[in-house]
Design a protein around this ligand. Sequence first.
Ligand SMILES: *Cc1c(COP(=O)(O)O)cnc(C)c1O
Length: 466
Amino acid sequence: MSSLYKHIPSVNDALDALTRDSYFSELPRPLLKGLVNEFLDVCREEIRAGLIAEPDALALEALLPRMSAHVRAKSRPHFRRVLNATGVVVHTNMGRSLLADSAIRAVAEACGHYSNCEFDLSTGERGSRYSHVEELLCRITGAEAALVVNNNAAAVFIMLETLARGREVIVSRGQLVEIGGSFRIPDVMTKSGAILREVGATNRTHVYDYEGAINEETAALMRVHTSNFRVVGFTREVSLPEMRALGDRYGLPVIEDLGSGTLYSLENAGLHGEPTVQQVVEQGADVVSFSGDKVLGGPQAGIIVGRREYIERIKRNPINRAMRIDKMTLAALEATLRLYLDMDLARERIPTLRMITMSEAALKSRARRLADTLRKVLGDRVAVALKRGFSRVGGGAFPEYDLPGTLVSVTTEEISIPELRQRLLDTDPPLVARIEDDAFLLDPRTLDSREFGMVAAALRQALDMQ
Ligand SMILES: *Cc1c(COP(=O)(O)O)cnc(C)c1O
């Protein structure tokens, strides 16, 4: 057995053989060498365990396929593309919104070249980085002024810190929400230095509840969008116009955390109950914040729009500098917002809106095409069938709506469905979908049709077909 060890290829020979493939020759050399050594250790281990008993099995050509697979699997970047077949359009765990093509191009341009990021081309002097999007935001939302920070959590924080630090903010008990990832309105408020004055009951809050809590310490009336839940039944929330009237009577600003915040009305797509940012501005909210990468379909950002006097104060807050967005975000946001100058264009070009508003007929034809591709590539290794089902908007928007569509169900006798799901997490790229009734369910809504072949290839890999 010990004589077998000397048949193990040298690291240098192994490296030479591997780097004939450009994928490997482009990897950082120390990374490659470490992984080759790791693989050769596995071989030593297998000799010791009696799994390798023949010198022939240790020939470089014999080892090369396994060695390539080992190095390839371990040298993949940690941040990877994933095939999202879950049907959740704004999936926070999978990067939320996909950018429109024009936004992707704008990002590439912004990060590959110098730019007028903070440079005023009319004067040749230092400029404001927000100038690129402020006018667009005002034009689209009807607000007087706008500001953009890193994400909506930061937006809520800086709004409160600026306008209410050390003073009271009145919020309905029905709106003290927790968003995923431990963002809770009461906690953010505490951190901002604002004092939460909760009023009303979980299911019902009235104008007189807010009015009764107003005193000389009150800094603002706040509304928070109940993003990920709905209170139904015997309920009452104070409407924005009512709140506006109350604010006017006592000289208090009305601030609103809209959460997802959509610029495109989804009423025509059958989704009701979420006002657009334009409506909220129109109905008189003084300061409104929302996310750039939820239903808006742009990059991660927290957008704040509203009355100039408040926005100017927020802009001057020194914390603003710590929440500043980078040039890639700016480029992507401007390109995305430009599409909103024509709502039909926005619906067509912004992937998030396109996926949410996709017709049932279109979904059915995509499901058919996906099923055909799977049958062609996988033959009788799997059973493929179409099934009626539902997708979700996700991202804390329209939590009570199921979006109807057609799904592709995949079953196999060869391995259990949980095992299949596990293996698909390790394919290239990984494929994530739902399991229901012992079937693997693929939702074509969140897959690009150019990805159908990759879905089939991932299933092939998971079933060891190559
Ligand atoms: C999502 C959400 C936030 C946080 O927004 P991020 O963009 O994730 O920082 C805050 N408030 C509400 C109501 C939300 O839905």
